[in-house]
Write a protein of this length. Structure first.
Length: 223
């Protein structure tokens, strides 16, 4: 019986949390949850229903009423919101632009954190986000914080989105990422930061497999 049951992975946008978490979870036979998808799902519904993004109470009610079902597979996640498949819309530019606002609302966070804890209750899970090690699963067996330079993250995201890492598109992606990092780390409610007991992994120049191997070593050392 492995001693490690709950693994938290945090880090800024495009630091590799999702790909690393997904591969690690499949190696361990654990579930994987990318919590960013939940914030994106609430943001999408707010946009679709024209909920004012300045109205914290309305956003909180919306988060509480929205049913989110996420199925993760090695090829990616499928997200159903109120029984509709919204997987293809969660990275739309409108969602990308508004998600830092909805995720700064304390009420929205409280609703989603409660759902995330329910999902982790059975154990054997890798959960990725911004506040997993600090808030959601503060008792996680292993906490990892992935770092990468803004330039490296922009290159990865640019390649993922448009298949190109030319200077102009990477520059634009980097500006968006830096704006989102700033909002996510300066918000009052659960700002992005490493937990005091997190293992910080600097991933510049490392492959996904190398990062996963580093975390697997931490798991082996605890098991
Ligand atoms: O990981 P991502 O880029 O899909 O996350 C989208 C947004 O959701 C991100 O800007 C911050 C927010 N988020 C959060 O506040 N807390 C989490 N646990 C996960 C994501």
């Amino acid at each position: 019986m492995p001693k490690v049951s709950i693994i938290a992975i945090d880090g800024p946008a495009a630091s590799g949390k999702t790909v690393v978490g997904r591969l690690l979870s499949s190696q361990l036979g654990f579930q994987f949850l990318d919590t960013g998808l939940m914030y994106r799902a609430v943001t999408l519904v707010a946009i679709q229903q024209s909920t004012p993004l300045s109205n914290d109470a309305a956003l909180t009610t919306l988060a509480a009423k929205t049913q989110i079902a996420i199925t993760d597979t090695p090829d990616g996640a499928r997200v159903l919101v109120n029984n509709h498949d919204v997987t293809g819309s969660l990275r739309d530019p409108e969602v990308e632009a508004a998600v830092s606002r909805t995720s700064a609302v304390a009420g929205v966070r409280a609703v989603l954190v409660a759902k995330q804890r329910e999902m982790a209750a059975a154990g054997s899970i890798v959960m990725a986000g911004r506040d997993i090690g600090t808030v959601v699963l503060a008792d996680a067996d292993i906490k990892v914080y992935l770092e990468a330079s803004a330039e490296e993250r922009a290159k990865r995201r640019g390649l993922e989105k448009s298949g190109t890492d030319d200077k102009e598109s990477v520059g634009a992606v980097q500006k968006d990422l830096e704006a989102r990092d700033k909002q996510d780390s300066q918000r009052a409610s659960s700002p992005l930061r490493p937990a005091d007991d997190a293992h910080i992994i600097q991933t510049d120049g490392l492959s996904i497999e190398q990062v996963v191997a580093k975390i697997a070593q931490l798991v082996a050392a605890r098991s």
